[in-house]
Design a protein around this ligand. Structure first.
Ligand code: KIV
Length: 273
């Protein structure tokens, strides 16, 4: 689909149907109304109001300083521009440290227009995921490299290379699905692990640096336009799509969406083995 209004807005049912028939879906971060409009009307199915805004908009060197108020502000902006994509919003660092806090923080993002909230972690999120899902709030569980835990992980590096760590990740993804997670997002894991989790789970799996087999792909918008801030290393899984565009920024978003849907992206050079 290119530069047209969608007939039907994307919902979690759309993503489930795409997984069932083996059609890939494309996701990108968006932080304001104008880019939300350009990206969603270029055929990108999912917009993520990501806490990566702390790094690409606010100039921090991690996502930790981002507040819930920041997320609500950007969520409202994105909702105004969105043309029918499903909007996912990040719960920022320490806004879901307890189950009751998860409910309150997620409710704020849903009132601001989110269709789904994203939390970073593993099986420990099971109870919060269940409480949110039971109350009508769809959850995306972000696993693998979880940037809010960067100080504990010790650096931006591939997760799940060790067989026992990979096995634990498969188990934890299953626990989160069984707790009610609607989507799993995998960041920076080997191709084989991305494939195994995607094949085992019934819910859609979105990958970033998780190989070509996940049901969807996501990237930070600035990275796919080749404008990563100075001082931040460009990860291996990033591709700049702007040079392939014949229609500026809008064209770059269309090329990205088409490359994901056709399976041309990610190529082997964007993957970890
Ligand atoms: O905040 C963000 O942009 C993200 C992506 C890296 C998936 O979580």
């Amino acid at each position: 689909m290119s530069s047209q209004a969608r007939k039907n807005p994307v919902s979690i049912n759309t993503l489930n149907r795409m997984k069932a028939r083996g059609s890939k879906f494309a996701a990108l971060t968006a932080y304001d109304a104008l880019f939300a409009e350009l990206i969603s009307s270029a055929g990108v199915d999912v917009l993520l109001v990501g806490d990566s805004l702390g790094m690409v908009l606010q100039g921090h060197d991690s996502t930790l300083p981002v507040t819930l108020d920041d997320m609500v502000y950007h969520m409202r902006c994105v909702r105004r521009g969105n043309q029918g994509a499903l909007i996912m919003a990040d719960l920022p660092f320490m806004s879901y440290a307890s189950e009751s806090q998860s409910l309150e923080s997620a409710a704020e993002l849903m009132r601001a227009g989110a269709h789904m909230v994203k939390l970073e972690g593993g099986a420990w999120l099971g109870e919060s995921t269940r409480l949110l899902a039971e109350r009508g709030i769809p959850v995306c569980a972000h696993m693998g490299l979880t940037p809010q835990s960067i100080n504990r992980i010790g650096g931006y590096r591939v997760q799940g290379r060790d067989p026992s760590q990979a096995h634990a990740m498969v188990e934890e993804a299953t626990i989160l699905q069984d707790s009610g997670a609607s989507v799993i997002l995998l960041e920076c894991v080997p191709v084989e692990l991305g494939q195994e989790i995607t094949e085992r789970l019934e819910v859609p799996v979105i990958g970033i640096g998780a190989g070509p087999h996940t049901d969807g792909q996501i990237m930070v918008m600035h990275d796919m336009l080749g404008v990563t801030p100075t001082g931040i290393r460009v990860p291996k899984f990033v591709k700049n799509f702007l040079p392939e565009s014949t229609d500026g920024l809008r064209g770059a978003f269309e090329v990205y969406a088409e490359a994901v849907k056709s399976g041309a992206f990610p190529a082997p050079e964007h993957c970890f083995t």
